[in-house]
Design a protein around this ligand. Structure first.
Ligand SMILES: [Zn+2]
Length: 252
């Protein structure tokens, strides 16, 4: 990537991005591309000659002191709007360089590139294997990624180091809590897997009153008393003891 010129130390600001399948965008929809700095353009001055009575600004490079153009960043995370209600909004630190206009709570800059990403856990899927896939677009920016929870930052991915166990541990705890809550609420369902001691994994085919019919990999159909199946949060799965089942009549 083109980095900040050596003779200017970039300023580090904070900001929000929309993080969707294709990558990052500013809240106004401007795409941020991996490996290349975003350069500010002034939309107002582009259209100034169409409506000269509405602005006394001539076309200019962004940011202009008397305009509102430039790439925005805040001086602290606290000054940013809370993302809460939007699942795709993430925080981060951003490097700013080139022409910079300073305001009380932030800056407008000519050039910017992400410095790090801070993810509220809600933007990530629950299952760990889906998390890595979801992170791919963000990893392509080559910046450290953290999970943000209760003011703590858990490193999740580091440039040169890959996925970080601290962040993954935090997320697997979160997954455990999520599955436990879900399963306490709704109980076992068709299609769920049950680890049957000494037999292997069976898939729930049918739930019939107090019994569950579940099929093993070798097609054997088992009949298991529903109250003998329990959710083991340490293993993130349904389990039952070998003594709890009979082979069901006939195989499907
Ligand atoms: Zn402008």
């Amino acid at each position: 990537m083109t980095s900040a010129p050596d003779y200017i130390s970039p300023i580090i600001g904070c900001r929000l991005w929309q993080w969707e399948g294709a990558g990052l965008r500013s809240l106004n929809g401007e795409p941020w591309r991996p490996g290349e700095p975003l350069e500010a353009r002034c939309r107002l001055s582009e259209f100034a000659h169409w409506r000269p009575h509405r602005t006394n600004l001539r076309p200019h490079d962004a940011p202009h002191l008397k305009c509102t153009c430039g790439i925005y960043a805040s001086k602290s995370l606290e000054h940013l709007r809370r993302p809460g209600y939007q699942r795709s909004l993430i925080y981060g630190q951003v490097l700013l360089w080139g022409t910079i206009v300073e305001h009380q709570r932030g800056w407008r800059a000519q050039y910017a590139y992400p410095k790090s990403f801070l993810l509220p856990p809600e933007v990530l899927p629950v299952a760990l294997k889906e998390i890595e896939t979801r992170l791919e677009t963000l990893i392509s920016y080559g910046r450290d990624i953290f999970v943000l929870h209760d003011g703590a930052r858990w490193p999740l991915w580091k440039k040169g180091g890959g996925m970080d166990t601290l962040g993954l541990d935090y997320l697997s705890d979160r997954a455990r809590r999520w599955y436990t809550q879900r399963n306490q609420r709704s109980g076992i369902r068709q299609g769920d897997r049950i680890a049957v001691a000494g037999e292997g994994i069976a898939v729930v085919d049918q739930i019939d009153g107090t019994y569950i019919r579940a099929k093993l990999g070798n097609k054997t159909m088992l009949r298991i008393a529903r109250n003998e199946v329990s959710w083991k949060k340490e293993n993130l799965r349904w389990e039952t003891e070998a003594s709890a089942y009979d082979e069901a009549d006939g195989n499907k």
